[in-house]
Design a protein around this ligand. Structure first.
Ligand code: DQA
Length: 167
């Protein structure tokens, strides 16, 4: 009885996984949070001189080498980021996110990332642990599979390589 019930549960989970794989195949969501639209001119001594457009272009090109499309979203608004994350549930295979300042404040973004049940790679250009104390904690790190910080724009490329190998 217990065995049969257990097998039933397993079958449902296996179906759910198959469905997700079919629907989400070969697209990654790239999310950048507030103020990252200013990359290139914003505190280049901390964040480098690479623009967000450059990052989106290199992430897209690298993902394409592995047969993945990229949907790139940047917003300065928490709710818009939550909406973009939720929308990925049905058509993306993984999420690369630099939540920027919302890393340190947003339970809503962390909850959205948990809800979509996709592998998450969290990126920070700077090493947040060498900076002010309020940047040391990220709500997103608790729900991300991998976290990379301090590698500059290359961090996004490491995240792509991680996710394409993972999904
Ligand atoms: C950042 C680090 C955050 O503390 C900061 O608020 C950002 C960018 C980074 O990429 O290093 O906006 O996420």
């Amino acid at each position: 009885m217990t065995r049969a019930f257990g097998a039933g549960v397993l079958a449902v989970q296996a179906r759910a996984r198959r469905y997700r794989t079919e629907v989400t195949e070969r697209r990654l969501l790239l999310v950048n949070g507030p103020n990252l639209n200013l990359l290139g001119t914003r505190q280049p001594e901390i964040y480098g001189s690479t623009t967000l457009a450059d990052i989106e272009k290199s992430v897209t090109a690298l993902a394409a080498e592995f047969g993945f499309e990229v949907r790139a979203v940047q917003s300065n608004h928490e709710g818009a980021l939550v909406d973009a994350i939720q929308a990925a549930r049905t058509d993306c295979a993984g999420i690369i996110i630099n939540p920027a300042a919302y890393s340190h404040t947003s339970v809503a973004i962390a909850d959205a990332l948990t809800s979509v049940e996709l592998p998450v790679a969290e990126v920070h250009l700077s090493n947040i642990h060498r900076r002010e104390e309020f940047r040391h904690h990220s709500y997103v790190s608790a729900v991300a599979e991998m976290v990379i910080c301090g590698a500059g724009a290359a961090g996004y490329e490491y995240a792509v390589r991680y996710l394409v190998g993972r999904v």
